[in-house]
Ligand binder design. Structure first.
Ligand SMILES: [Zn+2]
Length: 267
């Protein structure tokens, strides 16, 4: 009786083996079988894309572009990124109080109107350009979260960007601070924009060190479970990014994460 139970238990424990035996007998071990056998090592590592917000800025955006030219995607070519640009971010403190979130009134941000050469360089390098509003609007301000204001933030951007960049093949929009209100959703949908969100790497957080950004990006990718590549969001006006982008990205590649070109159609 005891030995019968033992045999039953052994059969039960061995049931997982049956599909493997069956595949051997049928003469085909599929890719699925192979990964099943080798466990974690055969698991495809997460793909990630790079995106940069708040440019174009003289010097800092140029430095980011120089670094990108040295980073290779999985196909061996210099990686292409997504740049979500501002058409004309305010310089004056009182103007920033109208548009920016209250906690970043001292931050310099980009402008296609003021730095058209930098904006053109982004396009000529083959990167994708998207709309990040004209003034970096914090849509939590009640005077900005209206249909008229959202519409003008987006269409004024187009009016400023077009003479500098020519027509863009894609209408991509990233809301500043990732704030999606009903007005933002409805207006972008009506204008035919694809909204591209992303994962903040933390370079805009005061006091965040490069090592902390490395750790943060690593854990974002390790936890990524969506069926499309993870879009990391950097800022080309932050020193951690324009000075250490190569180090941050190489660290991820060394962990086995796969750098791919920015491609909104995969999102
Ligand atoms: Zn931004």
């Amino acid at each position: 009786m005891k030995s019968t139970l033992k045999i039953k238990a052994t059969i039960k424990q061995s049931i997982w083996f049956i599909p493997f035996i069956a595949s051997l007998l049928s003469g085909c071990i599929t890719g699925l079988d192979a990964s099943y056998l080798s466990g974690q090592t055969a698991t495809k590592k997460t793909e990630f894309m790079l995106s940069f917000d708040d440019g174009p800025m003289p010097d800092t955006t140029d430095r980011v572009l120089d670094i990108l030219a040295t980073l290779k995607a999985t196909d061996g070519n210099p990686v292409k990124a997504g740049f979500f640009l501002l058409a004309d971010a305010p310089d004056e403190f009182w103007q920033r109080r109208v548009y920016y979130a209250p906690y970043e009134l001292w931050t310099d941000k980009g402008s296609i109107a003021k730095y058209p050469k930098v904006a053109r360089r982004i396009k000529q390098a083959g990167h994708t350009i998207g709309n990040h509003t004209t003034h970096h609007s914090w849509f939590r301000w009640p005077w900005l979260d209206t249909e008229e204001s959202v519409l003008s933030e987006i269409t004024e951007w187009e009016a400023i960007a077009k003479p500098t960049l020519g027509p863009l093949n894609k209408r991509l929009f990233r809301p500043p601070y990732f704030i999606l209100t009903k007005n933002v959703l409805e207006t972008t949908r009506r204008l035919g924009y694809q909204i591209v969100m992303g994962e903040s790497v933390g370079d805009a957080t005061p006091g965040m060190t490069v090592d902390e950004i490395k750790e943060k990006t690593q854990s974002i990718l390790a936890a990524w479970s969506k069926p499309y590549p993870c879009v990391l969001t950097f800022h080309d006006n932050r020193p951690a990014t324009y000075e250490h982008l190569d180090e941050i990205v190489s660290n991820l590649q060394q962990q086995g994460f796969r750098l791919v070109h920015f491609d909104s159609e995969r999102l």
